[in-house]
Write a protein that binds this ligand. Sequence first.
Ligand code: ADP
Ligand code: DAR
Length: 343
Amino acid sequence: MPYPHFPKECTSALCRHLTPELYEELRDKKTRYGYTLDQLIRSGVDNPDSSIGVYAGDEESYTLFAPLLDPIIREYHRFDPRTQRHVSDMDPDHLQIDNPDPENAYILSTRIRVGRNLHCFPLGPNLARRERLIVECMVSDTLRTLDGELAGRYYPLTGLSEEDRKQLIEDHFLFKEGDRFLESAGLNRDWPEGRGIYHNDDKTFLVWVNEEDQLRIISMQPGGDIAQVFTRLSHAVTELQKRLTFAFDERLGYLTSCPTNLGTAMRASVHIRLPKLSKEMERFHAICDRHELQIRGIHGEHSESEEGIFDVSNRRRLGITEVEAVRQMAAGVRELIEAEKEI
Ligand code: ADP
Ligand code: DAR
């Protein structure tokens, strides 16, 4: 493939960092799982409105294509993979935070998720159909061994009734079929085969299987008891990694298909109602920027906020521990609530 054409309005990390010279340097390289530069950049070439534009196909992608990925990682996470090393800390005893909204006046719900992928398998964009089914089998068998608060049931998407699927999406429990960015990256191949959702009886612990990553391990509940949500997630991850080996790199932490999720691979979010502050978005964004918070709509990435309700979460995932990222999110949410009270 010749050097891709990027329209002049393209602002993705891909089009800013992939020079023709770098393309020539990397174009013929292939990982041992057969992943190529063209596959790595396919999503950003097909979707020039991407913010990042690349998806890794295996662990080796992060070393073989480092001349392109390292500058993108450095820019997004403000972390230099060549000189820094990621440190993970999921010990709830280190968190020490109070509920920023004990009266439940603002925070509707809290959700903290981490992405994980199985070591020795390619990542989602490069998984063959049979490999994806083996991953589903290994993960769902492991989930069925969980007991206590984590005990629950696995629901394969294949065969899920339309009514159940709609209800699970309505409850914010289930992922929608991948968007055009994931489609171009090859993450929607053979949909819905090999995908599914596990949840415990209380629906406070969920695992998505073979979405953007092979596992999205999720703890969530109504209200703002962020510490309780984090404690449950930490317990679940500890139990799962007794039984499964996750793709992990000394420099980059937990490896994921999208570089924005590297490191902790964690997004800690609250759905929070801020009707007054939503009319002062400059002040809203200033508080979020100060605490490195990201604002999404209430139906996930690329959706809109509704009725003054926003999805507010940590933006950084790499070069910060899980405990630090949750503490930073809680501090930012506390300041948002103070601002709402003042107005
Ligand atoms: P991810 O968090 O896995 O990166 P999304 O941002 O697309 O993916 O969110 C996935 C789903 O989780 C969406 O349906 C979204 O509404 C839901 N969600 C995210 N944060 C919360 C929250 N704090 N409370 C309830 N649902 C949430
Ligand atoms: N849409 C892609 C992904 C950005 C980060 N979000 C993820 N990984 N879900 C883009 O490059 O804009």
